[in-house]
Design a protein around this ligand. Sequence first.
Ligand code: TYD
Ligand code: MG
Length: 452
Amino acid sequence: MTKIKSIFVCQNCGFQTPKWMGRCPGCGEWSTLIEEVEEKVPAEFSFPSSEPVLYADVTEATKKRIETDIKELNQILGGGVVLGSLVLIGGEPGIGKSTLMLQVSRDFATSGEKVLYVSGEESLEQIKLRGKRLGVEGGNLFLLAETNLERIITQAEKLAPEIFILDSVQTAYSSKLSSSPGTISQVREVTNQVFRFAKKNKVCSFLVGHITKEGSLAGPKSLEHIVDVVLYFEGERDHSHRVLRALKNRFGPVSELAIFEMGAHGLKAISNPSAFFLRERPVDAAGSVVVCTIKGSRPLLAEIQALVSSTLFTGNPRRMTIGLDHFRTAMLLAVVEKKLGYGFGGEDIHLNVAGGLTIDEPAADLGVVTAVISCIKNKAVPSGMTVMGEIGLSGEIRSVSQPLARIKEAASLGYNSIVLPKGNIDALKKEKTQGIDFYGAKNIKEALGLIF
Ligand code: TYD
Ligand code: MG
């Protein structure tokens, strides 16, 4: 008789150990090790041609793609969904993964493709109820409420759809394994089987995976290397906008992103994100400035706000940032103190990026400094002006990447004067940028002189 061996598997990173531990040595997370039965999954993984082929003999496969009706989603995918590819859509519960998938199903089904939407989370009635909100008419859309993976694959092979969606990877289970659904081994097995199904039948497949901030569910993180494309859905619960970004894409660019707004009738892509994030900006208010950042590969205008007020905590004033890097901001404040002679020892400083956006590139440095100084001086940045530039420790302003893309975005929203690094000016001289005044600055002193 074979003895059943049990092992402890980290539900966050997949680390395995024969003994229970409080903290996973693999990823450092606490209480993520869960006892599972050790299983030997047969490695029946092979592609049709398994003989070596001369590089020169390999023909370039022209990847066939199917486009969705959502232009922004196509862009993220690199021009549509590739036939036979497996796309993982991860995100926190309630962010809108099922909604997006049902909308995608609707679009495919109405344009004639056969779609199979498998849900292990909701009943068919619940899906239909949501479908009503989204205006799903039917067409070639098939639904299946099932959690057993083998039965799902059998049904899928029988139906032979062009699009296959499994919502979610955590609720499906394979009967080959005895561990419960949602554990790392199950989630991996489910993904592997769907991957094989997708490749064998040339079906565009989507997997929905939940992730929580605490990483308490078997993380789709451990699936990223299996699938072809990883998309993450992010957003704040108290904001209506959602950001969808590609983290990995075997058939297209990464770090592309699209912004959606969740409304009464599902998700709507925001075609002009800059205007969306600036729509409520107060005009001529001190402490606010518009910066042009790059998100993914596209420029995005965002508003940085600063509030400087005298502190109640003498000797230990507050430094709060929302949407900006805390350490970088502290560095910028130190540069301003040293180079411009300000003293922030008695001041609380709050910084915020409006609309719940996060900015994680140094090109916004000049924006942070400008917002703070504008608040201190109680003087608004001239309307129609935007700033960009990275600030170094000696107060110098360094060039930013893709200046032209940023400027074009600013111009398209009616901004007509730009303070930018001197190093970027030469690069712009050759380009046609009419109707915009450029002010090049070498250091922060110069830049602030130009702005105020
Ligand atoms: P859902 O797609 O169920 O999230 P997930 O699958 O990622 O868990 O979306 C959940 C939220 O979206 C829910 O709180 C309700 C909201 N919602 C809308 O605001 N408008 C809509 O049209 C739909 C369908 C959902
Ligand atoms: Mg869902």
